[in-house]
Ligand binder design. Structure first.
Ligand code: ATP
Ligand code: MN
Length: 275
């Protein structure tokens, strides 16, 4: 088994499969996260982190509470979990060392909310999560994203778009100095306005049966819920990556284009997302 040490973090079994059916090694994950640490860590820093992990022979699992036996230098924040009805300690991934430590635990997906710990009432962004209908071509999601872009522009706003790395896209608008309830209301209003621009294409219907083959504009992911971070891989074959896209490039993008293996050539070396 190939081992390594970076930044004082021991990395083990790098040549082993990452998980069942994923077609990549643990080393592929480590290389991607390390190469993108400079633009992934700034998005994660200070935010209570949830990671989705894999292991060969096991189902992937979402983890909020810090793993047992974490080194003392891993920062955490206590958070009340209403689901588990107990306090959990969530990792704050503030540096490359912590990211590498997480990578060595086969943490693949990095999910964070739009606030930093200690400033829960100061949202840093809002998001519209665009989900395609079952079996649809990605092209309809692109068209729906254009509706969101127009609705934003009509309100004097601009957003950034990224693939989810899975099936849809996320349109994110940075905000500052906005109350959480106003951010939530703005998100709902933007989704409603975007859907109204082409009601045959997009819908805000929360009930699946009411969507009738249209793209769902989900406005409920702001606030305390999370969104997968840009540059995070997803637990799918080949490890596709949630990739920032320039609006003009969106029509030619497909979800599986950027994976941990193609990212070095496809993503460039800039940092449009955190700029
Ligand atoms: P897709 O393109 O397939 O929709 P997605 O990442 O947008 O991928 P969604 O199901 O639309 O997935 O959820 C949006 C976000 O909400 C996720 O990125 C994740 O951060 C959060 N989320 C969704 N389901 C869960 C869950 N069961 N546990 C924790 N977070 C979740
Ligand atoms: Mn989605």
């Amino acid at each position: 088994m190939v081992d390594d040490e970076r930044d004082g973090v021991r990395l083990t079994s790098l040549d082993a499969p990452l998980g069942d059916g994923l077609e990549v090694t643990k080393g592929d994950l480590v290389e991607h996260l390390d190469a993108n640490a400079f633009r992934l860590v700034p998005q994660l820093a200070g935010r209570p982190l949830s990671v989705k992990r894999v292991r060969p022979g096991q189902e992937p699992f979402m983890q909020r509470n810090v793993a047992k036996g974490a080194p003392e230098w891993v920062r955490t924040v206590p958070v009340w979990s209403y689901g588990a009805n107990r306090e959990v300690h969530q990792v704050l991934c503030d540096d490359r060392r912590t990211l590498l430590w997480l990578a060595n635990q086969r943490a693949v997906e990095f999910h964070v909310p739009f606030f930093v710990a200690g400033a829960e009432a100061e949202p840093t962004g809002i998001v519209l999560d665009l989900d395609p209908p079952e079996g649809a071509d990605f092209g309809v999601v692109v068209q729906a994203a254009e509706l969101v872009r127009r609705a934003l522009a009509d309100a004097g706003l601009a957003g950034a778009v990224k693939t989810s790395g899975s099936k849809g896209v996320h349109v994110v608008v940075p905000v500052r100095g906005v109350r959480p309830e106003d951010a939530a209301a703005a998100t709902r209003a933007l989704a409603a306005r975007a859907a109204a621009l082409d009601p045959d294409l997009a819908t805000t219907a929360y009930i699946r049966e009411d969507r009738h083959g249209r793209v769902f504009l989900d406005s409920t992911r702001s606030g305390s819920s999370t969104i997968v971070a840009a540059y995070s891989p997803r637990i799918r074959p080949g490890l596709p990556v949630s990739a920032p896209v320039a609006w003009e490039d969106l029509p030619s993008v497909r979800p599986g284009d950027v994976t941990v293996r193609t990212a070095p050539e496809r993503l460039g070396d800039g940092d449009p997302w955190t700029a």
